[in-house]
Design a protein around this ligand. Structure first.
Ligand code: F6P
Length: 490
């Protein structure tokens, strides 16, 4: 945290993301603020609270539909303001093309190997270009100097780095791609692949979660662009401008803010038992995330079925609580997933449950961080079975929530987090039998072993926390700025 602030003397820090950190929704009690279910927000919000600056994002809450109540600029967090939230208003047409269309029906399935075919529509692409332009203009409006440090977030803004570079040539642009980058062959199906790569090459630094994703990007730049790729130095030079391509595994704040409000583990457990009508001998597994087809939710439910089929002794003594936040529900792939999950849950509950006991509890609604942490603390295990995931911060949050050093993490090898959290029970979510075995292993894991594993994972996350993630990028950027200053003085 200190390092971060020291690295930023006399600089202006700006974040650009699609999702805003505080969503203003209208409710019967007036306007309520909601923290979105977003790994990106979970990681960047503590950084902005620490360094201040401007966060530019799309204003998306239900309270903002009425133009009378909405504000373009706000000081946040509301209780203890630390930075400015600048909001960009998108029309229905822009939102449909840029966010739902190109970003989430095109780039999202293109970059995640979840076997959902990407959809590429020219009209979506045009909106995507237009919205990226609008955010570039907003960056210029908010810049108070000609060399701001701009942190561009994610696949919604692939074109933005170049657009900012054209307008503010001295800006330090750190772009972070929060999702996987596929191999060059896969990426090449995108009709606008060159424009996307060219846009990203406007960055000063381009970050991914893992070395593999960096290698995939370097390969794509090499194959499709007239560029010079230096694999040893991990850089691409394009039209005389050098971009560093580096892995920065994202993380969470340590200790997480939500932990401060938590009751002791035993009280959390009692509270969850009350909410779900569970007796104290029922073992609890949880899964918590956005209701997204990349998360492997159906696959873990099938594993629960397999566990209860092969180990009927757990019937009535094991419950799986799946908290799923509705997301991108307008898209067919997402509504189909929800329907399929509900059908599967009913089927499994009919097969293994009784009139008084359902082994699977599917709760489809948004959960605030305090509720999420209570569930984590109440659980015997947490299952993160992503089919493909950039990092997955749920896995890290579960570990952070367990200051009692108990609980087992079951983690997909296809989530970036598995590169760091090797003490989790690592699973292939496509292998139902193997996942059911992991559930059984977790149920039988002795407390000292849970402690040993949890302790090692906690040490790692404490050390590699989100401040370090940001500090490392800013440190690399500050070296580049220094070199540029020396270069221009000579
Ligand atoms: O981490 C990937 C990501 O797409 C983030 O960019 C985003 O904030 C999060 O998942 C949630 O998605 P959405 O903002 O579309 O709800």
């Amino acid at each position: 945290h200190r390092l971060l602030v020291e690295r930023l003397p006399d600089s202006q820090v700006m974040v650009v993301s699609n999702r805003e950190p505080y969503i203003h929704n209208r409710s019967s009690e007036g306007i309520v603020l909601q923290n979105p279910a977003s790994g990106l927000v979970a990681a960047l919000e503590p950084i902005m609270r620490a360094c201040g600056g401007v966060w530019i994002a799309h204003g998306s809450g239900s309270a903002d539909r009425d133009t009378v109540d909405r504000h373009d600029r706000l000081q946040v967090p509301p209780v203890d303001p630390a930075y400015t939230l600048r909001r960009v208003w998108l029309s229905e047409e822009e939102q449909t093309g840029y966010y739902y269309g190109l970003a989430n029906e095109g780039l999202w399935p293109l970059c995640h190997i979840a076997f959902v075919r990407p959809t590429f529509r020219e009209a979506d692409w045009l909106q995507y270009c237009k919205v990226n332009e609008r955010f570039a203009e907003t960056v210029v409006q908010e810049a108070t100097r000609d060399d701001p440090i701009v942190l561009v977030q994610d696949y919604h803004f692939a074109l933005l780095p170049r657009m900012i570079r054209d307008r503010l040539p001295k800006a330090t642009i750190i772009t972070f791609w929060h999702i996987p980058w596929p191999n060059a062959e896969t990426f090449s199906i995108c009709p606008w692949r060159n424009a996307i790569i060219e846009g990203l090459l406007g960055s000063t630094i381009l970050g991914f979660h893992t070395q593999l994703h960096c290698n995939n990007f370097l390969e794509a730049a090499d194959r499709f662009m007239e560029s010079r790729v230096d694999r040893e130095h991990m850089s691409v030079t394009y039209r005389g401008h050098e971009v560093l391509v580096r892995p920065y595994p994202i993380s969470i704040e340590w200790p997480p803010a939500a932990l401060a409000n938590q009751a002791p583990v035993a009280s959390c457990r009692a509270s969850v038992q009350r909410q779900f009508g569970l007796s104290s001998d029922v073992r609890i597994a949880v899964g918590i995330e956005r209701f997204d087809y990349t998360k492997g939710i159906l696959d873990r439910l099938k594993a629960v079925d397999d566990l209860l089929t092969r180990h009927p002794e757990w019937s009535g003594r094991f419950v799986f609580i799946q908290a799923a936040a509705p997301t991108r529900s307008k898209l067919g792939a997402y509504s189909a997933l929800q329907e399929e999950a509900e059908t599967l849950v009913n089927w499994i509950n009919a097969k293994h449950g009784t009139r008084d006991f359902a082994p699977i509890r599917l709760v489809i609604r948004h959960h605030e961080p305090d509720e999420v942490f209570e569930l984590f603390r109440a659980a015997d295990m947490c299952v993160v079975s992503s089919l493909h995931d950039g990092m997955n911060l749920v896995a890290k949050e579960f570990v952070a929530a367990r200051d009692d050093e108990q609980g087992v993490l079951i983690l997909s090898t296809f989530a970036g987090a598995s590169r760091e959290l090797s003490e989790a029970l690592l699973v292939n979510p496509y292998d139902t039998h193997g996942m059911a075995d992991a559930l059984q292993t977790a149920l039988q894991m002795p407390s000292p072993e849970q402690r040993n594993r949890m302790r090692l994972m906690r040490e790692l996350i404490r050390e590699r926390n989100v401040y370090r993630w940001a500090a490392q990028m800013l440190l690399d950027a500050s070296h580049i700025r220094q070199r540029q200053r020396i270069g221009s003085a000579e």
